[in-house]
Design a protein around this ligand. Structure first.
Ligand code: MRU
Length: 345
């Protein structure tokens, strides 16, 4: 997409407000870390890699409020700022990856004055932003080989330019396939309850000139069987060392359906989405969101007030259901435990 989802602009974080799409294209500007925290929480900026970039910029907003010159106090302030940003959303590990990278800058330069550390932190946040742009293009180029000419493919949620700085992971694969001259059609699951598939994925794919058809999540099985889906591509929020993958709620259902219909199921994600400290998906923290999201549709209430609601934002797909994980270092195939280790050693 030739529009940037998130940028650092004159000391502010400029983001496309994704809660308004597709009806309004509007930027919001975060001038302090609290405003950014709320933008993350309500999903104005969302998607694992974009959350990582937002976290880096959030640190820059936060440390502006540190006025002293003592390094010890600064380090404590930095940690507090990172903990605060980390409390916004628990599942996407990219956010924590970037916060760790930012803390490492301070840790590995213990003798530099605060003014110098602030500069180094800015350089780091900008480098991570630029890295996202390049890494997404590399994944796209590796993954494009998985889309055959005239294929019908399926995706869920939004793992596109809007979930990264400007290119996407799962949708990046589609942009790269298009650049290589392939013709294909994408079926986008609408992604209840917050409709990232219908509001965001269809919007950006159509803008990118990609033939796109919107379906309700409950249509996926029928579409796989009757429309000749040849591959499913999704993003990821956190991948355990054994390949178990957390992604938007509904992803696991798609993977099960894909197995039944003998359709390969691919995850597209950068190194920063791997959490190699956890051995399996059982240890991935799953964000639970407000019940209102399930009890209504736009402004309309669709459930009785007193009903109990279960609203996990993500689910975990068993590595056995995954045919390959497309990364910036190439496509990792099963057995995942050993192959992930080899690729990221
Ligand atoms: O709740 P969201 O919209 O942040 O969920 C996003 C997803 O599940 C994406 O598929 C994932 O972050 C990968 S984005 C490249």
């Amino acid at each position: 997409m030739n529009t940037l989802t998130i940028t650092w602009s004159n000391g502010k974080v400029k983001i496309i407000d994704q809660t308004r799409l597709p009806t309004k294209f509007q930027y919001i500007y975060c001038r302090d870390v609290k405003t950014l925290w709320h933008a993350i929480r309500r999903l104005s900026v969302r998607g694992a890699p974009a959350l990582g970039v937002a976290a880096g910029f959030g640190v820059l907003l936060g440390i502006r409020d540190f006025k002293g010159s003592g390094r010890k106090k600064f380090n404590q302030f930095l940690k507090k700022t990172c903990d605060y940003i980390g409390s916004s959303r628990p599942t996407a590990v990219n956010l924590f990856y970037v916060l760790d990278e930012m803390k490492k800058v301070a840790k590995s330069n213990p003798d530099k004055p605060v003014s110098e550390i602030k500069k180094l932190l800015k350089q780091k946040a900008m480098a991570l932003y630029e890295d996202d742009r390049q890494v997404c293009r590399r994944m796209g180029d590796f993954g494009a080989a998985l889309i055959k000419n005239n294929a019908h493919v399926m995706t869920i949620c939004n793992a596109g330019a809007l979930a990264t700085v400007d290119y996407g992971t799962a949708l990046g694969v589609m942009y790269s396939a298009k650049k290589k001259g392939k013709k294909f059609e994408v079926y986008s699951c609408e992604t209840r309850p917050l409709l990232q598939g219908s509001r965001l994925t269809t919007w950006e794919l159509l803008r990118g000139g990609i033939h796109t058809t919107l379906i309700c999540d409950s249509m996926a099985a029928m579409v796989m069987r009757d429309k000749g889906i040849s591959a499913v591509f999704t993003g990821a929020d956190r991948i355990a060392a054994n390949g178990d993958t957390a992604n938007k709620i509904g992803t696991y259902s798609l993977a099960v359906l894909a197995r039944y219909h003998k359709v390969p199921f691919y995850v597209v994600a950068p190194r920063s989405t791997f959490d190699l400290d956890i051995t399996s998906g059982k240890d991935i923290p799953i964000e639970q969101r407000h019940k209102k999201e399930v009890m209504g549709f736009a402004e309309q209430i669709t459930a009785p007030k007193n009903v109990g609601v279960f609203n996990p934002a993500f689910d975990v797909t068993d590595n056995k259901l995954i045919a390959g994980i497309v990364t910036e270092r190439g496509i990792i195939r099963p057995p995942f435990k050993s192959n992930i280790k080899k690729v990221f050693k």
